[in-house]
Ligand binder design. Structure first.
Ligand code: DMJ
Length: 590
């Protein structure tokens, strides 16, 4: 019997002379032949060259054409005496923001949901391209178009980074190529909305540049930045809500005396990123003066710690207007405090202090817990407060716009190691999602009222008679709600924004199911022949009446957050990026 473990002499001899061995010998000889090595090296070089050339060709399709006006050369009538530079030095060590998710594992359910969101985005984008290209927004019921903000093609700019994130590379290159040719001087608008143009147009361009490295997009952002910078040319260097270029040219601009608090105060993230990317400190100096005003005035209002919803920026007076809110007109003023801390790598301590002091005050004065028949002890909403009568009154009404607060508290809580804020963020974010489910359409109205509990924690017994009295004649409302003051849904993002941030921060997997429920309800309530439309009344059962508007934030924010909550958690990680208030991610300094 042969020993199978040891080859016999005969076997060894066979190996030497077999055709396979001869083939291996020949192959070895060829592989070590210097000519062959040279040929392989040449092929590899050629392939690399072709790939690089292809990339360059793609990039060169995005050719920058300068605008016809160079605003950087315009006279400043009130030039700053000195320019404060961006803080320098090594960014401070930041706590990890994202939950420590396990390494990526394929998740077929999440993938399917992510694809469903992408499909809705693509349908809306293609319809915009076909029916409203070059205009600001699509009319989703009639298939027409409308200009709402400057007429520079708002939707294509606002949605640009979403195209990139969703991997729609050809569409991205096509849109970027169009945008790089825009002339910002080509507008029929007499007044330019400084806030919206900063967060949507400039924010969109900076983010798309941060993601793609496409230089022309930064150049377009810088052109726009130099135009918007003119708004700061006022006697106290605080900008008006609307930039009038004729006033700017004549040196007659002044800050507003009754402007939304969030207007001048929520330009800081975008102007800081612009300063970082262009190394031009004047952009940082401009917004730093607004921050200094906030610091000076924080304790002068009727609720020390907070600023009223409307501010007299001209006289730097916060004592005249008396409504306080985290919702419309004030929202992003507060949202940007923790975000500025992140973007500046913690090098300016003022933003942590502004965040903590204002939000500790807001918890006390603005948040309320609704009274409900079931055990819903943890629900919490951001309401308002008013001092109109001379007595400070809490107003137990909330709004979709205030739903961003859950994400902000969760972010601030994690960033500054404040467990109480993280818990408030969790409650606020989940409450907005709960409010979606409470209405027959599965979508939350723009504004609503509820009966408040006396405290944010502890017992709160349901009082049917009190609820009936508080809701007046309105019998069709879900239990606990006293009105749907504005029953529309405007395709807004704030609720999913907070659910997304909370998910990435806490890792609570149930939030993906919560998001999926919200997404399905929104799609079913808003789908039209062309795309998705705002809804007239979410409190009714059955088919919803559509309103012929699709704000650009539907593609830039709402669908982006829905997409990202189902994406692998490394996609736009919160440890690498910080979102501006229009959901445009900016790269954080490392
Ligand atoms: C967006 O433009 C931004 O999210 C802004 O901060 C608030 N309003 C809309 C979305 O609702």
């Amino acid at each position: 019997m042969h020993d199978l473990a040891a080859p016999s002499a005969t076997n060894l001899e066979e190996t030497k002379t077999s055709p396979a061995a001869a083939y291996r010998r020949r192959a070895r000889a060829i592989a070590t032949n210097p000519l062959f090595v040279l040929a392989v090296a040449a092929c590899v070089a050629l392939i690399v060259l072709l790939v690089v050339q292809d990339r360059t060709a793609a990039a060169s399709r995005v050719r920058f054409r300068p605008s016809s006006v160079d605003w950087a050369n315009w006279t400043q009538y009130y030039p700053p005496a000195s320019i404060r530079a961006l803080p320098t030095g090594k960014p401070r060590d930041m706590p990890r923001i994202q939950f420590d998710f396990p390494l990526y594992r394929p998740d077929p359910v999440a993938r399917e949901r992510q694809q469903a969101v992408k499909d809705v985005f693509v349908r809306g984008w293609e319809s915009y391209r076909a029916n409203a290209w070059y205009y600001d927004e699509l009319l989703p019921v009639t298939g027409g178009w409308t200009n709402t903000l400057g007429g520079w093609g708002l939707t294509m700019i606002d949605a640009l980074d979403t195209l990139y994130i969703m991997g729609l590379q050809d569409e991205f290159t096509f849109a970027a190529g169009t945008i790089a040719q825009l002339d910002w001087a080509n507008t029929t608008y007499r007044d330019i909305n400084v806030f919206e143009t900063t967060i949507r147009h400039m924010g969109g361009l900076l983010s798309a540049y941060d993601l793609s490295g496409e230089k022309a997009l930064l150049q377009k952002a810088e052109e726009l930045g130099s135009m918007l910078y003119l708004a700061f040319d006022t006697p106290n260097r605080l900008p008006p809500f609307l930039l009038n270029l004729v006033d700017a040219q004549n040196g007659t601009q002044v800050a507003g005396d009754y402007d939304p608090a969030a207007g001048p105060t929520s330009l800081c993230l975008e102007f800081t990123r612009l300063a970082q990317l262009t190394n031009d400190n004047k952009y940082f100096d401009a917004i730093d003066r607004v921050t200094s005003f906030l610091v000076r005035s924080q304790n002068q209002s009727a609720i020390p710690g907070l600023w009223p919803m409307l501010i007299n920026f001209r006289d730097e007076d916060v004592t005249q207007a008396h409504t306080f809110t985290l919702g419309a007109n004030a929202d992003s003023l507060y949202e940007y405090f923790p975000k500025m801390h992140l973007l500046l790598g913690g090098l300016d301590p003022v933003y942590e202090s502004l965040y903590t002091s204002s939000m500790d005050t807001a918890i006390h004065h603005l948040l309320f817990r609704p009274m409900l028949p079931l055990d819903n002890n943890t629900l919490l909403f951001a309401g308002d407060a008013s001092n109109d009568t001379g007595i400070l009154t809490h107003i137990p009404a909330s709004q979709h716009l205030a739903c961003f607060a859950g994400g902000m508290f969760a972010l601030g809580g994690r960033l500054f190691g404040n467990a109480a804020h993280l818990s408030v963020g969790d409650r606020l974010a989940r409450s907005c999602a709960w409010a979606y489910a409470a209405f027959p359409s599965g979508v939350m109205p723009e504004k609503f009222g509820m009966v408040p509990c006396a405290n944010l924690t502890g017992d709160c017994w349901w009082d049917e008679a009190l609820w009936a009295r508080s809701r007046g004649g309105d019998v069709g409302l879900p239990e606990g709600f006293t009105n749907a003051l504005d029953p529309r849904y405007l395709l807004r993002p704030e609720a999913i924004e907070s659910v997304f941030l909370l998910y990435r921060i806490t890792g609570a997997e149930d939030l993906r199911d919560v998001a999926w429920e919200m997404f399905q309800s929104i799609v079913s309530a808003t789908t039209t022949e062309y795309a998705n439309a705002a809804v007239a009344n979410v409190t009714v059962t059955g088919v919803t009446e559509k309103v012929d508007t699709m704000d650009s934030f539907w593609l830039s924010e709402t669908l982006k957050y829905f997409y990202l909550i189902f994406a692998p958690q490394t996609v736009i990680s919160l440890d690498d990026f910080v979102f501006n208030t229009e959901a445009h991610p900016f790269r954080r300094p490392k």
